[in-house]
Design a protein around this ligand. Sequence first.
Ligand SMILES: Nc1nc(=O)c2c([nH]1)NC[C@@H]1CN(c3ccc(C(=O)N[C@@H](CCC(=O)O)C(=O)O)cc3)C=[N+]21
Length: 283
Amino acid sequence: MSLRIDGKKISSDIKEELKEQVKQLKEEGVSVCLAVIQVGNDPASSVYVNNKKKACAYIGIESQAYELPEETTQEELLALIDRLNKDDHVNGILVQLPVPAHMDEKEIIQAISPAKDVDGFHPQSVGALSTGEPGFVSCTPAGIIQLLKRSGISIDGKDCVVVGRSNIVGKPMAMLLLRENGTVTICHSHTKNLKEVCQRADILVAAIGKPKFFDESYVKDGAVVIDVGIHRNAENKLCGDVDYDKVADKVSAITPVPGGVGPMTIAMLMNNCVEAALRMNNR
Ligand SMILES: Nc1nc(=O)c2c([nH]1)NC[C@@H]1CN(c3ccc(C(=O)N[C@@H](CCC(=O)O)C(=O)O)cc3)C=[N+]21
């Protein structure tokens, strides 16, 4: 029998802790405010943005929603970011990705003040993660570390294999596992013998972006499997990068999709907002 790592439960524990902390801060006169910007009305993005608003409301974080039309120009968006950067009331700024094709995502990310970069996507935040300076950490990989720690799974000295090298998941995930003294391998589309490398993993992080790609032949007996994939089939049912039913009996612990990594992403975003407010108030 393997442990089904319950991301819903762990994320709700974290939200409970944050709610208490925010209440305490309010009594001391410190408020927390997140600005969420969405350009265009991609339905999937709208669902995520809504979930973020709901989480803010639950915890006691003020949320400002900026729903901009698809035709918004780069200059208009940069002007809004600039205004929010200068607004002392706003602690965190998030621009929902992806942005429409006519926009320059890189320039947008770099326009957000690193002090308010609750997504952890700014190059300064990314650099700080690799040198160990204080800075915001990308929410999904930060959430995965919390899932492991709060499930009593140690990372120290373990063989950790991360499959995927994106800026928002794979690369920061590798840096965080390294910070926890894991021995880290990053795999990608040019990796030879992907299966053999995965079979060595004590902790396998699957972020390849292909539905049910990993079956039992990729995992070692007793490994820990973290599934970062989110795919929706024709019936709107969610699945991950891992074929859960084929893998679950062979491993010691595994995250489901939904209810694994996804909910942690939002919990860590809330955590980063509180951290931004603490820093802005010199706490
Ligand atoms: N600037 C920016 N920051 C982000 O953090 C960001 C983004 N853009 N763009 C899109 C991705 C995706 N993302 C998710 C958040 C929560 C779940 C989540 O809660 N998933 C639930 C299921 C939710 C459902 O039913 O769809 C689960 O896995 O159990 C998933 C995905 C944040 N993203």
